[in-house]
Ligand binder design. Structure first.
Ligand SMILES: [Zn+2]
Ligand SMILES: [Zn+2]
Length: 257
């Protein structure tokens, strides 16, 4: 019995070594592939089961498609009174005109090997990324593409979120159920780069470029990767911190609904 187990282990080990060395020979640039594998594995391990993941293509041209219904897996008043995940609004807050949220048909496609864009694309109104639970990430703008004002922020729940006119619930800021003054991975933006809370893994607040990111190690990418952070500016002194404003660092992928 023991011998069989040992034989099987040796066989598995030799297969692992063979497949490993073979795939490395096949690839023109192993450095690129290591990063690609890393993003793919982080996406696969960190997104919740509410998100369906599929991968197409190979090596540095492959893309990941993430599908979700966009509904949160946590408490919010937008579930409605009586729902198991209902909780009250923060003090002084109330629902916006889009009082309810409904399931969406989200599909975001990102590169597994994102690169800096030679010409930067501005983020626009609507979905600019997907959080780990499948909820959409929006930028700092609201209807008519104007910056969020203090009145609009009173329609936010504890997650800095509310539904849009299509009843699509979305995060604008950090919050209780995503990241609150920490270094947690929040999700990925449409250009394929990850977005983290306000802090770096070192515990400090990083200095960010004009896209809201920088290159460096994170808990998921210890060898370093370009990544975004939530803004460390207390937005309009409301206690909310905008997730992302301005342009993407990479080429934006697609996000359909
Ligand atoms: Zn909004
Ligand atoms: Zn960082």
């Amino acid at each position: 019995m023991k011998l069989t187990v040992l034989k099987l282990s040796l066989l598995a080990l030799s297969i692992a070594i063979c497949s490993c060395s073979k795939s490395e020979e096949d690839l023109p640039d192993t450095t690129i592939n290591e990063e690609a594998v890393s993003i793919t594995s982080v996406v696969q391990s960190k997104y919740t089961s509410a998100v369906t993941i599929s991968i197409r293509g190979s090596a540095n041209t492959s893309r990941i498609t993430l599908k979700s219904n966009g509904l949160p897996d946590h408490k919010t008043p937008y579930w409605g009174v009586g729902h198991a995940l209902y909780e009250a609004f923060p003090s002084g807050h109330k629902a916006n005109v889009n009082t309810e949220m409904i399931a969406q048909n989200y599909s975001m496609t990102i590169p597994t090997n994102p690169k800096e864009a030679s010409s930067k694309n501005a983020t626009s109104l609507g979905e600019i990324g997907m959080a780990l639970n499948g909820v959409a990430i929006f930028n700092d703008k609201e209807r008519a593409n104007i910056p969020l004002d203090a009145m609009t922020l009173t329609t936010f729940d504890n997650s800095g979120a509310h539904p849009a006119p299509q009843k699509n619930y979305h995060y604008h800021t950090t919050g209780k159920y995503t990241s609150a003054d920490d270094a947690k991975l929040i999700g990925f933006l449409r250009d394929g780069f990850p977005i983290y809370g306000r802090k770096d893994t070192t515990g400090g607040y990083p200095t960010l470029d004009s896209y809201g990111g920088h290159f460096g190690p994170t808990q998921d990418f210890p060898n370093g990767i370009y990544h975004y952070h939530a803004s460390n500016v207390n937005y309009l002194n409301t206690g909310y911190y905008i997730l992302k404003s301005g342009s993407y660092y990479g080429n934006k992928g697609t996000f359909t609904n």
